[in-house]
Design a protein around this ligand. Structure first.
Ligand code: SF4
Ligand code: SF4
Length: 234
């Protein structure tokens, strides 16, 4: 297996990645029911209702079943996952279902720490240069301080003029891309996206220095499918 085809996550990182997935998409009710089945040691009872986008859940200590849907269900699932303290094989089974790929217990090659190795499922991916990700996804808050520091070091004022910086007392600066220069408004589309004339294809004018969120998109086959990327021919 190629290193680039898989990622190793510690147990804590894997739990965070699963919760990130839960929060990233609309409530995945069918998936959540399956995961409760994987995690439950008889301490969680769950029941779905036909045609409804929620789950009745009762955990040890609850007096009765609670109906959870939408953001409440997503929060509830993250709580169940963290509280369950799954062992590596159970967490691998959860990751495999959530990321729709293979996952198995492994050890950090450097520290020996236990965790999960997850196959990205990215083999077979080809960017079709359709530009959908640049135009449709809301990635504007995902720029990192590292991206900004890199542009500063590289003297990329052409990029920086489209970056908004927001400071709150005592907190780290938060950055936002792509803000119309001199305003607090996000541009209709990325200023660096350019259509190839006479072709229904798009290129990134700052490909070599684009932010990490753009470099890493999509992170997995599921991510591509769930966000409308046709890179797998879907
Ligand atoms: S949506 Fe997918 S195929 Fe289209 S440009 Fe983005 S990464 Fe490439
Ligand atoms: S920086 Fe490049 S990859 Fe990122 S949104 Fe803009 S055009 Fe797309």
């Amino acid at each position: 297996m190629l290193e680039k085809d898989s990622v190793f996550l510690t147990m804590e990182q894997a739990i965070s990645a699963v919760c990130l997935d839960f929060r990233q998409y609309e409530s995945q009710v069918l998936l959540f029911s399956e995961i409760i089945g994987v995690l439950s040691k008889g301490d969680i009872i769950a029941r779905r209702e036909m045609g409804k986008e929620g789950i009745w859940i009762r955990r040890t200590g609850d007096r009765k079943m609670r109906w959870l849907e939408g953001p409440q269900l997503i929060d509830g699932m993250c709580d169940i996952l963290s509280d369950s303290r799954p062992d590596p094989s159970v967490l691998a089974a959860v990751c495999a279902r959530v990321f729709q790929t293979r996952a198995f217990p492994d050890k950090d090659p450097t520290t020996g720490q236990p965790g999960i190795r997850i196959l990205t499922g990215m083999e077979g991916f080809t960017c079709r240069q359709c530009g959908k990700c640049c135009q449709r996804l809301d990635y504007h808050n995902e720029v990192t301080a590292g991206d900004v520091a890199y542009w500063e070091q590289a003297g990329r004022s052409d990029v920086l003029e489209w970056v908004g910086a927001f400071e709150k007392d005592g907190q780290a600066t938060i950055y936002r891309i792509w803000m119309k220069p001199g305003t607090r408004t996000v541009a209709e589309t990325c200023p660096f996206l350019q259509k190839i004339s006479d072709e229904n294809k798009w290129i990134c004018r700052i490909h070599d220095v684009k932010p990490r969120i753009c470099r890493e998109y999509p992170v997995s086959r599921k991510h591509a499918v769930m966000t409308g990327c046709p890179g797998f021919g879907n």
